[in-house]
Design a protein around this ligand. Structure first.
Ligand code: AMP
Ligand code: MN
Ligand code: MN
Ligand code: MN
Length: 284
């Protein structure tokens, strides 16, 4: 398969912190010209059967997907998994363990927000949650916008939800090795998500790419809604330097919040190996 393919291999549904159902996302992806699609909810594969069935009904190719939260060098890193067997108990139990701490973390976030005068944030966030095991900072952000504390979700993150701000609660997610292993032992390909978003030094970034590769990781997102055009070039170079395939995905969450719509991205450069070349046998 060529790099000239409208593949969107990163987005979120109500099963994690998106606002559309898997079916509505499939319809929107198809309308935007997506030819190969993956739903990649955070730490959860409960939407996979619905997404695959909706893609099939629309005549759109599909890869199973997930975005796993990982702690690396005291920072949260996201690893996308593509093309794994979503019925394999090994990835299911790994993800279940990863989801486990979210409820407690959300209670602590709420207690901290109460100290700066924002009451009832846990209950408020819950109103926006589709899947209670997946309560996330995004749901808190929607509550703080709804209640008029902030104008939009980026403002909530800036003022309340990032490291050093009152509603931030540090959390230990899966290890890099675990995430890569769950994906690869179930027949999938592991992908470093949006590398341009991490606040790493050059050395830390080098360590992330080297360790990821050593654990069996095979691809990196180059063209994503989280990257600027100059980052497309930076991470195309990193993909070549580390011998990684390249992925493409919008990271779409919501028509009201996401600035990059499903499928609305430049094509991958022809010099890169598209991740779907490694996954030809897993495409549904
Ligand atoms: P969590 O997994 O609960 O830590 O929430 C992480 C999610 O918050 C990410 O997947 C994004 O959807 C969202 N997010 C993180 N940083 C920002 C930001 N600066 N602005 C808007 N959304 C963000
Ligand atoms: Mn998200
Ligand atoms: Mn992410
Ligand atoms: Mn994402």
């Amino acid at each position: 398969m060529t790099s000239i393919l409208n593949a969107d291999l990163h987005c979120h549904s109500v099963v994690s912190d998106g606002t559309l159902t898997p079916e509505a996302l499939a319809t929107r992806a198809k309308a935007n010209g997506v030819e190969l699609w993956a739903l990649t909810d955070h730490d959860e594969i409960g939407g996979q059967l619905r997404a695959a069935a909706a893609a099939r009904a629309l005549g759109m190719h599909y890869l199973t997907g997930v975005e796993i939260s990982v702690t690396f060098a005291n920072e949260t890193v996201h690893i996308v998994g593509l093309g794994f067997d979503a019925t394999d108990p090994r990835i299911m139990s790994g993800l279940q363990a990863t989801r486990g701490g979210r409820g407690q973390r959300a209670q602590e976030m709420s207690a901290q927000l109460a100290k700066v005068g924002i009451q009832g944030a846990y209950e408020g966030a819950l109103k926006f949650v589709g899947n209670p095991e997946l309560i996330s900072r995004t749901h808190f952000a929607r509550f703080l916008v709804e209640s008029g504390v902030c104008r939009d979700t980026p403002e909530v993150f800036r003022k309340y939800l990032i490291d050093g701000k009152p509603g931030f609660v540090p959390h230990r997610w899966a290890s890099l090795q675990q995430a890569v292993q769950w994906i690869t032992e179930c027949g999938g390909v592991a992908v470093i998500a949006h590398p341009g978003r991490y606040r790493f030094t050059a050395n830390e970034q080098y360590a992330l790419f080297s360790e990821f590769k050593a654990h069996g990781g095979q691809a990196v997102e180059v063209v994503t809604g989280s990257h600027s055009p100059s980052e497309y070039v930076t991470y195309a170079d990193m993909a070549k330097e580390f011998g990684l395939a390249a992925s493409r995905g919008s990271d779409f969450h919501s028509p009201d919040e996401s600035h990059t719509d499903l499928g609305a991205l430049p094509y991958l450069s022809g010099e890169l190996t598209p991740v779907w070349e490694l996954l030809a046998h897993r495409i549904q």
